[in-house]
Design a protein around this ligand. Structure first.
Ligand code: ACO
Ligand code: ZN
Length: 165
């Protein structure tokens, strides 16, 4: 199943690789401090994917106290996927799926998150398909969420006992 890649936790020495993958793949970019802060606070949900000992993908999340996106007024911990990307030549071999599954497992079992959620550009079909394949549903649309004015879908998935866990 796993086509020549492995998933492991982020380490400080991966920072340059992760930041360059982010710059290559997404218009939403972050400071060094932002990455290190997420790593320090939520190390189990900051993961990288390696192919031949080189980092080619990452996921980073923030565990938040808040309210369920799926059940009104239900307070819970949420695993917020802040950013995920895989370098272009390494796409469509299941790397993002594996990163999401491991981050969600750790979000649930290490940090007690009851739900996973994220924002995604309404035009980002590959990512929306990835999330829908994992069982995420669109819960709301945020008008003008991105700096260039594009809308975001908020998508969410309960982290309950289920087929992917
Ligand atoms: N077109 C259609 N469906 C796609 C595509 C695509 N280009 N890419 C992925 N999918 C869907 C498919 O259903 C795929 O399953 P299949 O290959 O069996 O058909 C499924 O997603 C799983 O694909 P993976 O191989 O696990 O995903 P991949 O490793 O290629 O990474 C990702 C997907 C992360 C979206 C990648 O395309 C990428 O890095 N894009 C640029 C960055 C980005 O958009 N990140 C997400 C932003 S939103 C956020 O970060 C919260
Ligand atoms: Zn977000």
């Amino acid at each position: 199943m796993n086509q020549g890649f492995s998933i492991r936790c982020f380490r400080a020495e991966d920072l340059d690789s992760v930041m360059s993958i982010n710059l290559e793949c997404l218009p939403e970019n972050y400071s060094t401090y932002f990455y290190i802060d997420l790593y320090r606070r939520f190390p189990k949900t900051f993961l990288v994917a390696e192919v031949d000992d080189e980092v080619q993908g990452y996921i980073m999340c923030r565990i938040e106290r808040g309210f369920s996106k799926l059940h009104t007024f239900r307070p819970m911990k949420l695993c917020h996927v802040v950013s995920i990307a895989v370098r272009k030549p390494f796409r469509r071999r299941g790397i993002a799926t594996a990163l999401m599954l491991e981050a969600m497992r750790n979000g649930r079992y290490e940090y007690g998150a009851g739900e996973c959620y994220l924002e995604v550009r309404v035009s980002n079909e590959p990512a929306i398909r990835l999330y829908e394949k994992l069982g995420f549903v669109k819960v709301s649309r945020r008008r003008g969420y991105y700096l260039d004015g594009e809308d975001a879908w908020i998508m969410a998935l309960p982290l309950e006992e289920g087929k992917i866990f």
